[in-house]
Design a protein around this ligand. Sequence first.
Ligand SMILES: Nc1ncnc2c1ncn2[C@@H]1O[C@H](COP(=O)(O)OP(=O)(O)O)[C@@H](O)[C@H]1O
Ligand SMILES: [Mg+2]
Length: 200
Amino acid sequence: MELIAQGAEAKLFRQGKTLVKERVSKEYRCRELDRKIRRERTALEANLLKKAKNIGVNVPNLIETDKEGAKITMEFIEGKRTKDALNEKNFEKICLEIGKNIGKLHSYGIIHGDLTTSNILQDKKGKLFFIDFGLGFNGRKTEDRAVDLIVFKKTFEATHHKLMPKGWELILEGYAKENREQAGLVLKQIEKVEKRGRYH
Ligand SMILES: Nc1ncnc2c1ncn2[C@@H]1O[C@H](COP(=O)(O)OP(=O)(O)O)[C@@H](O)[C@H]1O
Ligand SMILES: [Mg+2]
């Protein structure tokens, strides 16, 4: 097994065509609570992966869930992070597609929780795969949908400033294509939160 990434929450290993995501323990947490949290987050992430696949959003195939060991085994996506793949030539199509997929996740009650272009992979054919549902949850509130997008917008602006504002507009256009009614409410909420931010 080859360690390919280690974040605050998990270690990721590649094993041939599969990827193992193992949640690591946090020393500062009491042991029993720590195990409980890791078990629950593992189960939730696996469920969100299954649900996303069922509604037609591309995610890696889930192979195995080991709740006790806090490990998820999934298909390894050979390709690049969208963060590294996006450029001034290809961004229009990709941004629209990203927006459509987020719109779909939201309209089926999935909040991703950590939308960034590092958490969207692109395989060799250019197909997008959403990963890292580790902070995700089931929710249908306009507020939760708005926050999911605001978090994404902040990192998107910072990482892809050359593609602004068009890139973000296309993401929202794609989002609205999936569900106009929901999008109208969410966009209003985003404006409200952004205005609040400006005056405080
Ligand atoms: N299924 C996968 N196929 C290929 N690479 C992956 C896969 N899942 C994760 N990765 C790689 O590992 C990195 C970290 O995984 P991620 O699930 O985002 O964990 P973290 O919570 O640590 O951010 C990703 O940015 C990506 O580069
Ligand atoms: Mg990640």
